[in-house]
Design a protein around this ligand. Sequence first.
Ligand code: DAH
Length: 349
Amino acid sequence: MNELTNRIQAYIEDIQATQIENIQDRAARIEAFRVKYLGKKGIVSDLFEQFKSVPNEEKKELGKALNLLKVAAMNKIEEFKAFVEEHQEQTSSNDLTMPTEFAQPGSRHVLSVVMNEIIDIFSRIGFTVAESVEIEDDWHLFSALNFPPDHPARDMQDTFFVEKEEGRQEVALRTHTSSVQVRVMENNKPPIRIIAPGRVFRNEAISARAHCIFHQVEALYVDKNVSFADLKQTLLYFAKEMFGEQTQIRLRPSYFPFTEPSAEMDISCGICGGKGCNICKGTGWLEILGCGMVDPNVLKACGIDPNEYTGFALGMGVERMAMLKYQVRDLRLYFENDLRFLKQFDAIV
Ligand code: DAH
């Protein structure tokens, strides 16, 4: 074999080793490959030129090799083209001449928007965010919060138990974010001023008015001389910031195991201006949240001396806040992720 045949053999091996793995510029790469081997001034035509001046006795072997090279190059191009066709979809998305799809920026979920707004309002008066676990034990969910073992108050909340066996520590998905109060008080000395946003779970049949997953924001303030007047003023500040300067509040006596005294706060209905409409069921008032002075038993359970410190707590449902603020009529809408619903809140951040 002469030197030319060796070179041809090397080209053939080169061709066979060429892969078209680069997805980006496939069309350009195939064309470059074709020009290199089969173009007018390409390798094959150059070799045919040299072939002319080769001694006759070498022509047979060399001609055969040259033909093999040409066929190898042509086969490779066919192989490339077949590959491209098979991956048509990917290539077309890289075609810069195609019209583009407009980018559809996402937006924050309305519940996040409302939750952030509540956090923001409280952070302006010195509350910081506290977060904790969603799977809680009985102590942090109930016992430390002054729910006696067989007290009917435990039935107020339909709990999803993770572990509930005789003689074992009960573990459940948290039914309220009040459990965060306990964890914060156990681990910090007053003054404590926290806000605890988060997901909660209750074993409820899903309907327009109830869901098994929802969100709450809890606030807790413990210090020397914290009074019910402090609570009331904080509530009024919150209501006005959240629902507008004209908003009025009223407190109704209520019961929660972890607060004494306890109250529920209503705000004047912003939709009818207090005249009575179907949103406020004709009363002119909307129920917003539960609150009260932290029960001395709770402070004691968390290692805080109730003779030295007092505190207030409040808790609200984020879904309800969003419902009132944006007049969402069905709780299920928050979780279905129907774009037609979500897009209505595009403009608010
Ligand atoms: N944990 C209560 C619930 O889930 C809400 C609540 C009421 C929280 C009164 C409080 C409070 O901190 O003081 O229904």
